[in-house]
Design a protein around this ligand. Structure first.
Ligand code: GLY
Length: 353
């Protein structure tokens, strides 16, 4: 078992280990003085772990209530958020009680945003059940929902009180959902750690605890330096400018990690085109995506993608700051004038090197 402390506006532990869900009650008692635990989960995860977590928390004398929403990114909208808020009010939840996100990134984002807003903030615990949530979305406090105009446009930074990452929960993931998380693992290697990147030539499944730990450490360091994404944290967005546009254009049919994989391929091609990295870096990244059977492209064209990028929250007036690889293990931030974006995206999608 490993414990990693994230020092942001709130300090909290990320506990990673096998079978630690069974200790959720005592772990919660250390961070929450409330009487009620609100499990927020989706229709896929609830049948797998809903009753089990309820039983574990009841043994620690919590009153447990459960809010279950329909699985999928399509649920990550203001309607689900407001319905969860109403649920918290109906259940007379207090600020000292804890909202527990039991699920993947969508669940964590909705539950965290409700925890941030209801009575101006309740307790909040993340229990990720996907690799993607374990290595990325459960840490660092980004919460929110999508608007018709774009992804994650309504949200806040709200750090959890605890992240409990039981790696045994990932044994029920389908291959596709597991690979979706591998895209974010690969991203961590590319932005910050060549050794991690190289280690991914061996399957992630065989080194799960170590890989998750390293990704959490990388994110811990970045969040400690720049919690509110004014500078360094933008590095975590590698692959996400084009990736988010792909998700949106597919009406969220394409899962986040798969969209980010194609985004990383396109953004690395942009980096080659701009002289930021060489072709061997692109080749290494494409080889790694292929190793995990992740996509390098989707059929959307540069104009469509550039148009969606214009309403991305990463845009700041006439500039979009993008994280681009200089080599595997190191990304840099590059300010791109929006009037050049279309051409650069075209280079990323269409140039063959
Ligand atoms: N998922 C990127 C971040 O948390 O900043």
């Amino acid at each position: 078992m490993k414990t990693i402390t994230v020092n942001a506006s709130k300090s909290y532990n990320v506990i990673i280990g096998e079978g630690i869900l069974d200790d959720a009650g005592s772990a919660m008692q250390k961070v929450s003085g409330g009487q009620t635990a609100v499990i927020v989960t989706d229709s896929n995860v609830d049948p797998l772990y809903g009753n089990r977590l309820t039983g574990i928390l009841e043994k620690s004398n919590y009153r447990v209530v459960r809010y279950v929403f329909a699985h999928g990114e399509a649920s990550k909208n203001p309607k689900t958020f407001l319905s969860l808020i109403d649920f918290l009010a109906d259940e007379q939840i207090n600020r000292t009680d804890a909202v527990i996100a039991l699920g993947g990134g969508v669940t964590g984002d909705i539950a965290g945003f409700a925890a941030a807003c209801y009575k101006r903030g309740t307790g909040f615990i993340q229990i990720p059940t996907t690799l993607l949530a374990a290595v990325d979305s459960s840490i660092g406090g980004k919460t929110g929902v999508n608007l018709d105009a774009g992804k994650n446009l309504l949200g806040s930074f709200y750090q959890p009180d605890l992240v409990l990452c039981d790696v045994l929960l990932f044994s029920t993931l389908t291959e596709e959902v597991f690979r979706d998380g591998c895209a974010e693992v690969i991203k961590c290697g590319i932005i910050a750690d060549r050794v991690l990147f190289e280690s991914l030539k061996n399957p992630v499944r065989g080194q799960l605890e170590n890989v998750i730990t390293r990704c959490v450490e990388i994110k811990r360091d970045i969040v400690a330096e720049d919690e509110f994404e004014n500078s360094t944290r933008k590095l975590l967005n590698f692959g996400h400018t084009i990736g988010h546009a792909i998700e949106k254009l597919s009406n969220y049919d394409i899962p986040h990690g798969h969209a980010v994989a194609a985004g990383m391929a396109a953004e690395t091609r942009m980096a080659v085109y701009m002289g930021i990295c060489d072709k061997s870096c692109l080749q290494d990244i494409l080889d790694m995506l292929r190793r995990y059977d992740l996509p390098e492209s989707f059929s959307f064209n540069a104009d469509e993608i550039a148009l969606v990028c214009m309403s991305d929250k990463k845009r700041d007036g006439k500039i979009i700051t993008m994280a681009l690889p200089a080599e595997t293990g190191k990304c840099i931030l590059k300010e791109i004038p929006v009037n050049e974006l279309d051409n650069l995206i075209r280079s990323g999608l269409e140039t063959s090197f």
